[in-house]
Design a protein around this ligand. Structure first.
Ligand SMILES: NC(=O)c1ccc[n+]([C@@H]2O[C@H](COP(=O)([O-])OP(=O)(O)OC[C@H]3O[C@@H](n4cnc5c(N)ncnc54)[C@H](OP(=O)(O)O)[C@@H]3O)[C@@H](O)[C@H]2O)c1
Length: 332
């Protein structure tokens, strides 16, 4: 791999913390100086679960890929799937400014700590200053032709099983979804005739390492309150990578929902997982009120009408060690 960090010297046990930090900085500097000619110069702000998979895919396609992390410990592993790693947070305006320099497109895949629960303040301080900085810097860096922001379908709120599409009014109930929605608005308003902003509203993310068995398997054999009738929307990581690439190649702008076609109730999803893994089924007790949770059916027609073909239209129940399919490239 081009520009990779020398892992052996970084992990040298004899290095002190200070030496290690200096060594890391030197390696990061070297990486950015060794840049050969690449197809496109792309940046991923927030190279976590989705960002790393995207980086790996883009690297294979021959692009120069810069990925960011907030954790020093992740720099070495990220250097294996990116051309360059930057340690930064989105609230650092100077860092955002330099991240944007000479990029063709920037993907924003920032989340506090993935799927784990974090409080509202952390949500606010993660998304909002980042969105303000991105909006401000976009207009000062004309090379960046597109920002693709990974948002969430939670912005629609609870619709009691009704269908929504991109023209539906958003109704985020809890503060976390409101924050994600505010970040969308800030970024969409920053678009101009030469610089597009595309928002992908994702369903719950699953894929390698985040399999549905891990989320539902623990319910096997239990009796749950209610009827399990709420609709939960999912999207496989392969399709997030695929749709980002589709959005980039087709210069999409505006809002697109990104969920699969499965549109199943919680009851059906749990049933499928238990049956696939030979686990005892879940029983439902309709005499008790269902646990609180959103129920909404999200239309994915807009992105399909634009030409995107889902890699995994139905829930993928079998765990995979790695990305099972390469995302499609431009179908046009
Ligand atoms: N999880 C879901 O089911 C779900 C559903 C809908 C939408 N989404 C959206 O999908 C996107 C990707 O999610 P994911 O699961 O891949 O997230 P993830 O694995 O948690 O990765 C998030 C990345 O953001 C970085 N980050 C955290 N705080 C930051 C800050 N203040 N400034 C800059 N970077 C920061 C993290 O840094 P470190 O490398 O240091 O950890 C990490 O690289 C996110 O935008 C999320 O909002 C997720």
């Amino acid at each position: 791999m081009q520009n990779s960090i020398n892992r052996n010297s970084y992990f040298n046990q004899n290095l002190s913390e200070v030496d290690r930090a200096a060594h890391l900085e030197k390696l990061l500097r070297q990486q950015s100086q060794q840049r050969p000619l690449y197809e496109n110069n792309l940046a991923i702000l927030g190279c976590g679960y989705v960002g790393s998979a995207l980086a790996k895919y883009w690297q294979k396609q021959g692009h120069f890929v810069t990925g960011t992390t907030t954790s020093r410990q992740r720099v070495v592993s990220l250097s294996e799937v990116t051309s360059q790693v930057i340690l930064m947070k989105g609230d650092d305006a100077n860092a955002v400014q330099s991240l944007f320099q000479e990029r063709d497109a920037v993907v924003v895949s920032v989340a506090p700590i993935g799927s784990k629960a974090v409080n509202e303040e952390i949500y606010e301080s993660t998304y909002l200053p980042t969105a303000w900085n991105l909006a401000q810097v976009l207009n000062q860096t004309p090379t960046v032709k597109q920002i693709i922001y990974l948002s969430s379908s939670s912005v629609y709120g609870d619709r009691q099983g009704e269908w929504v599409d991109e023209s539906s009014l958003v109704a985020p109930e809890e503060r976390k979804s409101q924050v994600i929605c505010e970040a969308e608005k800030i970024l969409l308003q920053a678009a101009n005739e030469n610089q597009r902003v595309c928002v992908l509203r994702l369903g719950g993310i699953y894929g390698p390492g985040r399999e549905l068995i891990k989320m539902f398997g623990g319910l096997a054999g239990m009796t749950l309150a209610g009827r399990g009738e709420r609709f939960i929307n999912w999207i496989h990581r392969d399709d997030i990578v695929g749709a980002i690439e589709f959005a980039r190649l087709n210069k999409l702008e505006g809002i697109y929902n990104l969920v699969d076609d499965s549109q199943l109730t919680l009851k059906k999803q749990v049933e499928l997982v238990c049956s696939r893994y030979g686990l005892p089924p879940v029983q439902w007790d309709p005499s008790k009120p269902s646990l609180k949770g959103k129920s909404v059916r999200i239309s994915n027609q807009k992105i399909k009408a634009a030409g995107y073909q889902l890699v995994h239209p139905q829930l993928l129940l079998v765990p995979t060690n790695q990305s099972s399919c390469l995302p499609p490239t431009n179908p046009n």
